[in-house]
Design a protein around this ligand. Structure first.
Ligand code: ASP
Length: 439
């Protein structure tokens, strides 16, 4: 059995954090493949090495002096090396990096050095082989991740390797130029490596003990989700819950490998298991609550709308013509409502309204802004009666006016629209009724 372990930036921000990581890896000999991020923040005022690298390379592009900031980055690594008492020098590596910066090697190359150098330290510290991600993770000419080529090369390479460190976040274009994933992309590398070695689990180590039922900025000390399905996760992350990069799900999901989110600072916690399917009921009927502010509802009325074939298509065409994607679209007999992002919609509001008039000839169009959408997600809702009823009575008790409700036919989620001002209180009310009253 093989496990792939990915460690986030805060888990590798200092020598002390590295030592915790070393202990975790050595505690289980199945933890054979390690994917590190770049050193993150050591405290809330600190700067991530990746951000330091972006700033440093911006100076290169402006033809400004960059060596002092580059040496500041080297100091971060040297303090880790010294703190761990390693016999390792990054002098040559930094000479090469400075040289490549001078040759304008590119912003992705610059950013990727954060993971690259941390990988070298990690491999040295563990006595594992170091594999440069540029040799095993590939993008195509258009800059899209090349899953087939990567899987072929990477699985062959790792088959021969008992234990290895593959830095996260980057790979190479067909001509060898370094390219990164989007920010937080080491999560994706971990998933790709897990697929390539057919790991029994992809452990993703971070600084929280898994996914929380609700946002800790709104709910004090929320419960941790023990098991969540990929589909539930997608719903929650779409609505703003974030622990894992969204694209990290695809490689392992296809291969049937579960992800286990763990906490480097509390390794005894079981964390959250992300799985394809489970017969385990979630502890509280609902699995999680997430939401976002800043939506507008576009309410369109027309007498006898119900019998006009193609009305909905014409309305949506008006949004499409103006390049606006819609979030939800609940409808009544003679009315249809389209929810859109306020920031995206505001500048084009009158254009969209005139397009709707031209295409669909409605009687009236009504706009309401400053709305929030809340998703209550849970596989358990399907088999439990009265979930919607409980949500609404909780909201009514909290004096919150519900502007919209939309339940997907999968019965995996219920979306509720409330005013931005009621957002936090609505989440508290829902959390209280499903979670607090159950523990
Ligand atoms: N170091 C990169 C970032 O800060 C990638 C990662 O940490 O996953 O975005």
């Amino acid at each position: 059995m093989k496990k792939v372990v990915k460690f986030g930036g805060s888990s590798l921000a200092s020598a002390e954090q590295f030592a915790k990581v070393g202990k975790i890896i050595r505690a289980d000999e199945q933890r054979r493949y390690v994917v590190p991020s770049a050193p993150g923040k050591r405290n809330s005022k600190d700067t991530k090495v990746t951000d330091m690298l972006y700033a440093c390379y911006a100076l290169v592009e402006e033809e400004k002096e960059f060596r002092v900031p580059l040496m500041k980055i080297k100091e971060r690594y040297d303090s880790i090396i010294n703190g761990l008492n390693l016999k390792l020098s990054l002098d040559e590596e930094f000479k090469k990096i400075a040289e490549n910066f001078k040759q304008k090697a590119g912003v992705d190359y610059a950013a990727s050095r954060g993971e690259y150098l941390n990988g070298i330290i990690m491999a040295n510290y563990l006595g594992y082989e170091f594999i440069d991600a540029a040799e095993v993770i590939f993008f195509d000419e258009d800059g899209n991740f090349d899953a087939n080529k990567t899987d072929e090369v990477l699985s062959k390479r790792l088959e021969k390797t008992k234990s290895a460190v593959v830095p996260g976040f980057y790979g190479a274009l067909p001509d060898g130029t370094v390219k990164t994933f989007s920010r937080g992309g080491s999560d994706i590398t971990g998933s790709i490596v897990a697929k390539a070695v057919h790991a029994s689990v992809y452990e993703n180590w971070t600084d929280v003990s898994g996914f929380l039922v609700a946002d800790p900025r709104i709910i004090e000390n929320p419960q941790t989700i023990k098991t969540i399905t990929y589909r539930e996760l997608r719903e929650l992350s779409y609505m703003g819950a974030s622990v894992l990069h969204e694209d990290a799900v695809f490689p392992v999901r296809k291969a049937g490998i579960p992800i286990n989110i763990r906490n480097t600072n509390a390794p005894e916690d079981e964390g959250t298991w992300i799985v394809e399917s489970t017969c385990q009921a979630s502890a509280f009927t609902i699995t999680g609550i997430a939401g976002k502010k800043g939506f507008v509802s576009v309410n369109i009325d027309k007498d006898m709308m119900n019998s006009e074939v193609g009305f909905g298509r014409k309305v949506l065409q008006a949004f499409e013509e103006n390049d606006i994607s819609f979030e939800h679209m609940p409808s009544g007999i003679d009315t249809m409502t389209v929810f859109v992002h306020q920031a995206e919609f505001e500048g084009k509001e009158q254009q969209v309204i005139s397009s709707i008039h031209r295409l669909a000839k409605p009687d009236t169009i009504d706009l309401e802004g400053n709305l929030a959408l809340i998703a209550v997600v849970g596989r358990g809702m399907k088999s439990t009666r009265g979930t919607a009823g409980r949500i609404f009575s909780a909201l009514a008790h909290a004096n919150i006016n519900v502007k919209m409700i939309d339940q997907g036919s999968s019965e995996l989620n219920i979306i509720i629209g409330v005013s931005n001002n009621d957002f936090e209180n609505a989440i508290k009310a829902i959390y209280d009724i499903f979670v607090l009253t159950q523990i």
